[in-house]
Ligand binder design. Structure first.
Ligand SMILES: Nc1ncnc2c1ncn2[C@@H]1O[C@H](COP(=O)(O)OP(=O)(O)OP(=O)(O)O)[C@@H](O)[C@H]1O
Length: 258
C-alpha cells in the first residue's frame, strides 16, 4: 500500500547545525501518529518539511507517492492540511471567514458553493467553534482561537492532516475532545500526525508514537511499546510511572530528581 505521506532520508541543516538527520517516516491511512520529543527536537521542522513548506537540505518527501515539491500549492492543499503552532490573526476576519480559508484550494474564494458552506459548518461544529463563528478573531480567547484554526484545518477535508501542537492552549475537556476527534479522523481513513507535548494524551489516543530527539527518530511503534519509563527518562529527563486501565496507558510523570 502506498503511504499517504512519506519522508525519505530527510536531513535539514542551518549553517553547520544539523536540525534533522537522515530521518525517514511513512504514514498510511488510518494512522494517528503522536510526534513527541523535547523542545527543539525538530518536530515542527519535520512537519513543515512534510507539509512542503520548507525544503530539506537532503532527502525527498512524497504525498501519496508524488514528490511534494512537484505539486502546486492548491494540489498540495487538497491533499494535506496544516495547523501551524503560531495562532495569531492580525486581520479583521470572523472565525467563519478564517475557517473558509480551509476551502480556498477547492475554489471557495471564487464561488459560494453549498459543499464549501457545509464543510465549513461541519468543521466549526467538530472543533466546538460554532458558537463564536461570527465573532472577529482578535476578540476570541487563546483556546477559542485555537479551535477556529483547528476548524480551518478540518474544513479542507484532506486525506492527510498535520497539526503542530493542536491541543496547546486548550482546557482539559477540549484537549480530550480534540484528541478524540483526530483519532476519529484517522479511524475514518485519514493519516494524522500531531506534534504533542501531552504524553498521556498521545498514549491514549494515538495509534502510533514517534519519538524525535536531537533531530533523529529514536523510537517508533505502538504507544505501549514506545512509551516506557526508560524512553521517557532518556528523552525527557523525567521519571514515569506507567500503568494500564482497560488497555489504556495511564502515565504519571515526576522530575528526575523528584
Ligand atoms: N532557521 C533556523 N535557524 C536556526 N535554528 C533553527 C532554525 N529553524 C529551527 N532551528 C532550530 O532547530 C531546532 C528544532 O526546532 P523545531 O521548531 O523543529 O523544534 P520542536 O521540536 O518543534 O520544538 P518545540 O517543542 O519547542 O516546539 C531548534 O533548536 C531551533 O532553534
Amino acid at each position: 500500500m502506498t503511504a499517504l505521506l512519506s519522508l525519505e532520508n530527510i536531513t535539514y541543516r542551518v549553517g553547520e547545525r544539523v536540525i534533522l538527520e537522515n530521518t525517514s517516516l511513512r504514514i498510511s491511512a488510518g494512522e494517528f501518529i503522536g510526534l513527541i520529543g523535547p523542545n527543539g527536537a525538530g518536530k515542527s521542522t519535520l512537519l513543515r518539511i512534510a507539509a512542503g513548506l520548507q525544503r530539506p537540505s537532503a532527502g525527498s518527501n512524497f504525498i501519496n507517492g508524488v514528490l511534494t515539491n512537484t505539486l502546486s500549492q492548491s494540489e498540495r492543499a487538497r491533499r494535506l492540511a496544516w495547523l501551524p503552532q503560531a495562532r495569531e490573526i492580525a486581520w479583521a476576519m470572523t472565525a467563519r471567514e478564517i475557517v473558509t480559508l480551509g476551502r480556498f484550494a477547492w475554489g471557495a474564494a471564487q464561488r459560494d458553493n453549498a459543499g464549501d458552506i457545509a464543510a465549513v459548518t461541519q468543521a466549526l461544529e467538530e472543533a466546538v467553534a460554532a458558537d463564536f463563528a461570527d465573532r472577529l478573531a482578535h476578540t476570541l480567547s487563546g483556546g477559542e482561537l485555537a479551535r477556529v484554526h483547528l476548524a480551518r484545518l478540518l474544513a479542507g477535508q484532506t486525506p492527510v492532516i498535520l497539526a503542530d501542537e493542536p491541543v496547546a492552549a486548550l482546557d482539559p475537556a477540549h484537549q480530550l475532545s480534540v484528541m478524540k476527534l483526530l483519532r476519529a479522523k484517522a479511524d475514518e481513513g485519514r493519516a494524522v500526525i500531531a506534534a504533542l507535548h501531552e504524553v498521556p494524551l498521545a498514549a491514549r489516543y494515538c495509534t502510533r508514537i514517534v519519538i524525535l530527539n536531537k533531530g533523529r527518530i529514536v523510537a517508533d511503534g505502538a504507544p505501549a511499546d514506545v512509551i516506557t519509563p526508560a524512553a521517557l527518562r532518556d528523552v525527557f529527563a523525567v521519571t514515569a510511572k506507567i500503568g494500564s486501565v482497560n488497555g489504556t496507558l495511564r502515565i504519571h510523570l515526576d522530575p528526575l530528581s523528584g
